[in-house]
Design a protein around this ligand. Sequence first.
Ligand code: HEM
Ligand SMILES: CC(C)=CCC/C(C)=C/CC/C(C)=C/COP(=O)(O)OP(=O)(O)O
Length: 294
Amino acid sequence: MSARALTLSTTASDLISLTKPRLSLLVLITAAGGMYLAPGPLGPVRALVTLLATAGTVGAANAFNCYLERHSDQFMARTRNRPLPAGRMDPATALWFGLSLSAVSLPALVLGANLLTGVLGLIALLSYVLAYTPLKARTSAAMLVGAIPGALPPLMGWTAVTDAVDAGGFALFAIMFLWQMPHFIAIALFRKEEYAAAGLKSVPLERGDESSRAQVVLYLVALVPMTLLPFQLHIAGTWYLAAAVVLGLGFLGLGAWGFFKHLGKPWARQTFLFSLVYLTGLFAALTLDRVPRG
Ligand code: HEM
Ligand SMILES: CC(C)=CCC/C(C)=C/CC/C(C)=C/COP(=O)(O)OP(=O)(O)O
């Protein structure tokens, strides 16, 4: 491969890595889930444009986040090889990439879906980049702020169809909001020293491991009943209910086991990994056992 071709492919893969593709993929799955579960028609072209526009907005948010954290990312093993902390990319390139992506994606959201969905996408983008990201170095409560943009994609998928924030869309938002707490507290437990080295706050660093494990359990106690809402709202059927109960009790059991046994990093990593299995399973059950409406 010529030197020029090699440079182009490195730049392309670096631009893709700015969007945090694996995290963004699951975010998009939740957005697609919200779109599929919402009552009413949405043509395939509008659905595709909406999903692509959502992907672009999420990618822009992550690119801006990488730009703003290019210094602190140097101090975590997990992030130090990202294009900016590793010095492979000019920070201005990441900034322009984020600006270009959002300049195309936000109008496409309005055109593909509707104004409400575009506004929710703008709120998610701004809250993630201008609120959550700067707060990470100031308080562990940043997690609660970051969970708002993290929970908006399924609601955006829903409003793309209904053009309204109603009970079903809100239920998906609430499930996503609560799910992010054990997801991240577990990460912050097994990466505690790295977050300290990067000067970033977290529940374990501010409240200690015991309190963090307790918070994992408390958020799971709130999450499990919340996942029953889609059944009660006739969005999904009894098979979903069974899956939500089994997955939820499994997640809660894992959390309780770690709390009562005062378990450390291996348990925390298992809890993080299970959080991904749990969310994927929950959205799979929602879509497979959707109650067709509208
Ligand atoms: C407050 C909100 C959130 C925070 C603070 C957060 C934080 C993180 C961090 C730090 C990692 C890297 C973990 C590691 O490799 O050690 C991660 C991984 C991941 N997160 Fe989250 N996350 C949040 C919300 C979400 C949401 C909303 C989704 C998707 C719906 C998500 C999906 C994922 C996935 C799929 C991974 C694995 C990515 C990979 O292996 O590269 N996260 N998260
Ligand atoms: C439509 C739209 C814009 C939605 C936003 C979707 C989104 C980016 C969700 C992620 C939520 C989140 C707080 C991730 C962790 O970021 P982090 O900065 O803690 O992760 P890092 O440490 O790996 O950089």
